[in-house]
Ligand binder design. Structure first.
Ligand code: NDP
Ligand code: 2IT
Length: 445
């Protein structure tokens, strides 16, 4: 590996030893962009990589709120404003009990490159809290969101930092956050994306990440002489990304036979009944295992990682980081999987990713494959700035074009660096190129 890149990675590991997810994401990124530094020795003189791996700003704050029983609860809030070289910080807010600084930093770091790949002017950021919306009443979620935004509002703005949804943050949470931002600042501006359609949201944002994943995966298959129609898919998760990935996969003629949540997975050899899953997860907020009580053809198995034992042609991990490890990868390959598309952020471990690549599985990495969500968020920002709203078909057509372009950009970058078909390297190199050029132009900041 390029000596300069190796030195920065070693320092990063020593300095952030307590942040395993951040180290994991940074290891993959730095190892794959290392050849860029052979071609650009000027980057080292300007300490470009040392600056790139250090967030511009990290905000951590107390989030006190009162539950329905009158007890005071305290959570921890985060916003990592990682890089604003190519646009205002942009990235979601995750609400999940596992949230910590390492997870928010890995997500923010990946977001820089993902956002660059969209070709739209958005920098990288991420935030969230260890608050768990599961099992909370709407009023509890509202009080948490109001307290969270009371502090966060000091650091964000339509031209500064524009948060959005992620795990645990959907339309309900964005609504409460937006209401509080407006109340505190007296500004009606596009400070959040994923908003409701009655107050500045964009059509197709709800569907965008899942639809975008399928647009990119289809293009990858097509360019490798394959077709998605008639293929069997396994899709992990049953949240926003998984549901709309399932919908588009079915529209494109594939059969989705399994979905999951953090407790276990359902297998329905007849093909998943998506309206039933939407009703369970989007309306009733119930567990995926309830599906089998109304679908006798389906089975439910405890332990979500078992989903990778199901035979399929295409695997789309759409739940969370590190959900697909080497054991899962080996089962998928043994069962003849031909493509993996990452809907979640960093769902495959480093070992699993390498294994897929060694075995010749077409592998679309998260920062390219799930970029449709944030790309459509940027389209929402454009509509807000223009005080206009585009039709579903207009937004969907733009999304599709963006995803197809992303695939060709990462494919071209992999070839340019002599790593044809390595879309992990292609995505990291193509995403980094634009950010690096902008950072060099803007001086040492
Ligand atoms: P949701 O909250 O809507 O759904 C998350 C799904 O993943 C649920 O089925 C959930 O199950 C499961 N899950 C969450 N945490 C874990 C865990 N620790 N172990 C196993 N399963 C888990 O989130 P999204 O669908 O929005 O996000 C899914 C992934 O996609 C995340 O990695 C996110 O960062 C990424 N992503 C999201 C985008 C978006 O626009 N929403 C854009 C790009 C990427 P349970 O209900 O049991 O918790
Ligand atoms: O990981 C992601 O790209 C998201 N959660 C979406 C971010 C956004 O700003 O729409």
């Amino acid at each position: 590996m390029n000596e300069y890149a190796a030195k920065v990675l070693a320092n990063l590991k020593a300095k952030n030893a307590a942040e395993p997810e951040f180290i994991q994401a940074a290891t993959e990124i730095i190892e794959t962009i290392a050849p860029v530094f052979d071609r650009h020795p000027e980057y080292e003189k300007e300490a470009l990589l040392e600056r790139f791996v250090e967030p511009e700003r990290v905000i951590m704050f107390r989030v006190p709120w009162i539950d329905d029983k009158g007890n005071v609860q305290v959570n921890r809030g985060y916003r990592v404003q990682f890089n604003s070289a190519i646009g205002p910080y942009k990235g979601g807010l995750r609400l999940h009990p596992s949230v910590n600084l390492s997870i928010i930093k890995f997500l923010g770091f990946e977001q820089i490159l993902k956002n660059s790949l969209t070709s739209l002017p958005i920098g990288g950021g991420k935030g969230g809290s260890d608050f768990d919306p599961k099992g909370k009443s709407d009023h509890e979620v509202m009080r948490f969101c109001q307290s969270f935004m009371t502090e966060l509002s000091k650091y964000i703005g339509a031209d500064t930092d524009v948060p959005a949804g992620d795990i645990g943050t959907g339309a309900r949470e964005i609504g409460y956050l937006y209401g509080q931002y407006k109340r505190i600042t007296n500004l009606y501006e596009g400070v959040l994306t994923g908003k409701g359609l009655t107050y500045g949201g964009s059509l197709a944002r709800t569907e965008a990440t899942g639809f975008g994943l399928l647009y990119l995966v289809s293009e990858m298959l097509k360019c490798n002489g394959k077709d998605i129609a008639g293929k069997t898919c396994v899709i992990s998760g049953s949240g926003n990304v998984a549901i709309y990935a399932t919908q588009k996969a079915m529209q494109l003629g594939a059969k989705v036979v399994a979905m999951s949540d953090s407790n276990g997975y359902i297998y329905d050899p007849n093909g998943i009944d998506l309206p039933a899953v939407k009703q369970l997860k989007e309306v009733e907020r119930k567990r995926i295992k309830e599906y089998v009580s109304t679908h006798p053809s389906a089975t439910y198995t405890e332990c979500c990682k078992g989903i990778w034992s199901i035979k399929c042609d295409i695997a789309l991990p759409c739940a969370t980081q590190n959900e697909l490890d080497i054991e899962g990868a080996k089962m998928l390959v043994a069962n003849g999987v031909m493509a993996v598309g990452e809907g979640a952020n960093m769902p495959s471990t480093l070992e699993a990713t390498k294994y897929f690549q060694e075995k010749g599985v077409l592998f679309a990495p998260a920062k390219a494959a799930n970029a449709g969500g944030v790309a459509t968020s940027a389209l929402e920002m454009s509509q807000n700035s223009q005080r206009l709203s585009w039709t579903f078909d207009e937004v969907d057509a733009k999304l599709k074009t963006i995803m197809i372009n992303i695939f060709h950009n990462i494919d071209d970058a992999s070839r340019e660096y002599g790593m044809e078909g390595n879309y992990v390297a292609g995505a990291n190199i193509a995403g980094f190129a634009k950010v690096a050029t902008a950072m060099m132009a803007q001086g040492v900041v």
